[in-house]
Design a binder for this molecule. Structure first.
Ligand code: GZL
Length: 344
């Protein structure tokens, strides 16, 4: 019996040892090489406080007075502004002016009344902004021009984030020269009358266009596909086969014109060469289909740069007066390969 008693004691002691061995220590000693919750990053309420008095994205309140939803480009621009705000945790107050300046002005006044930290605005046209920008200035709310410039004194806005539309026009002129080495007669679909992109793409194009290319007509299609089609129909009715090429200030108007050219019985991209601007997905598809000859990129994905600027401005940091977008030119030969990589 003695042996069994000893055995029993051994079994009891072994069981006790096993039980103690399985219980995870309440907290591994600091010297253990396995990090524990106590060794990991301090919990959020002990995170390093934001730099003294500096705002972070999470306490930034931004008003964005979007001009409209007139094109694929604008849709992509709106998506970039909204999605980036969500990603950063910025409080975004967003309005769509349906391409009416009075609605943009109303939105800016509303943002001022709400006391936002900063206002972003893509002015639908260049003029008519001084009064409301002065109201924002008097309320101590900085204005960032996004996408389009306004014709105001430089001290009325802190920075302009957008493309060099004159350069886009110059690039389009150079591309038209390559398409019409022996010259020709062309028509032009102009963007929204009075807007910076329309004014600048108009002038930049004429800076580089060869003298053996004649612009026989130039009308506004207001950056929309429907209006672009309508104006191209009128051009075809008036000039017919005399037209050798089209210069469209954006892809949406070019895509509308392509429809009009086909309905007229001619081949867009062949009978009538087409140079356009924006480089939206629809333009890549048209180049793949042989209906568009070139598109000059104009980048709408301005959300990340805009909020980076906004936070710096609100925190009193130096920002450039103009932050130009980096842009390229795209052609049919690699359109099929590039299309899947396009974000807009
Ligand atoms: C350009 C932008 C223009 C696009 C059009 O930055 O303002 O407005 O080229 C859009 O597609 O409608």
């Amino acid at each position: 019996m003695k042996v069994s008693k000893v055995l029993l004691v051994v079994v009891i002691l072994a069981t006790l040892a096993a039980l103690v061995g399985c219980a995870a220590p309440a907290a591994a000693p600091a010297t253990s090489n396995q990090a524990t919750t106590s060794d990991q990053a301090a919990p959020a309420d002990q995170a390093a406080p934001a730099e003294q008095g500096k705002k972070t994205y999470k306490d930034l309140v931004v008003g964005y007075a979007q001009l409209g939803a007139e094109s694929e480009w604008r849709t992509a621009n709106t998506a970039s502004i909204k999605e980036t705000a969500d990603e950063l945790g910025v409080t975004l107050k967003f309005s769509d002016a349906q391409q009416k300046q009075e609605n943009q002005i109303k939105a800016i006044r509303s943002f001022i009344a709400q006391g936002v930290d900063v206002i972003g605005v893509p002015p639908v046209v260049e003029t008519g902004w001084e009064t409301v920008f002065k109201e924002a200035q008097d309320a101590g709310i900085p204005i960032i021009l996004v996408d389009r410039r306004a014709d105001v004194p430089e001290d009325m806005y802190v920075s302009y984030l957008g493309s060099d539309f004159v350069e886009e026009g110059r690039k389009a002129g150079n591309e038209m020269n390559k398409l019409l080495p022996d010259g020709g007669k062309i028509v032009e679909l102009v963007g929204t009358v009075g807007s910076a992109p329309a004014n600048d793409r108009f002038s930049g194009f004429r800076e580089t266009l060869n003298p053996n290319i004649e612009i026989i007509d130039s009308q506004s299609g207001d950056f929309t596909r429907a209006k672009g089609k309508e104006v191209m129909e009128a051009f075809l009715k008036k000039y017919g086969n005399e037209i050798t090429a089209l210069y469209a200030h954006n892809d949406d108007m070019a895509l509308g014109a392509i429809q009009a050219i086909e309905e007229y019985g001619l081949k867009p991209g062949e009978d009538i060469k087409i140079v356009s601007i924006d480089a939206v997905r629809g333009a890549f598809q048209a180049m793949i289909d042989g209906k568009l000859n070139v598109t000059v990129e104009c980048n709408p994905l301005l959300g990340p740069q805009f909020y980076d600027l906004a936070l710096k401005v609100v925190n009193g940091e130096e920002v450039p007066k103009w932050l130009p977008s980096a842009e390229s030119v795209y052609y049919p030969d690699n359109a099929a390969e590039v299309l899947p990589t396009r974000q807009y």
